[in-house]
Design a protein around this ligand. Structure first.
Ligand code: ZN
Length: 136
């Protein structure tokens, strides 16, 4: 049993535990969330005499992208409506990101547990014969 590396592994596990608390924070928020995103799109209107025709001073439109079960849909929203939707979509994003982080966290912690198991493993008490067989 390698005490040095075991201590290091425990340190890493402790760090993972602290990271978990931080990672789950979005799940403790209380504000409503909404599956979607708010973004600004730039476009030409197609009129040859418009200022947008030069390709530089494009029209801007605020859009709410809604994530329906069966697909994404974009809706135009006013600046005022965007103020309503933005925090909700951001809360959604934070929670989704948390879920993603947790999956990565779980993988890393599983690997740590395996390494800890190996570091703590002892064949003390096993016969010479059994020591020759690889353990699980
Ligand atoms: Zn235009």
């Amino acid at each position: 049993m390698d005490q040095d590396s075991l201590a290091k592994l425990r340190q890493q596990l402790r760090a993972k535990l602290n990271a978990l608390e931080h990672m789950l924070a979005p799940a403790f928020e209380r504000d409503p969330l909404f599956p979607g995103s708010v973004h600004t799109s730039k476009h030409r209107c197609g009129k040859s005499w418009c200022h947008c025709a030069d390709g530089h001073s494009l029209h801007e439109a605020v859009r709410l992208q809604i994530r329906f079960h069966d697909g994404l849909t974009n809706r135009s929203v006013s600046e005022q409506e965007a103020v309503f939707w933005k925090p909700r979509t951001e809360a959604y994003r934070r929670l989704r990101k948390a879920a993603q982080s947790i999956r990565k966290w779980q993988k890393e912690v599983s690997q740590l547990l395996e390494r800890i198991e190996r570091a703590r493993r002892s064949v003390e008490g096993l016969s010479e014969e059994d020591r020759k067989r690889p353990l699980r």
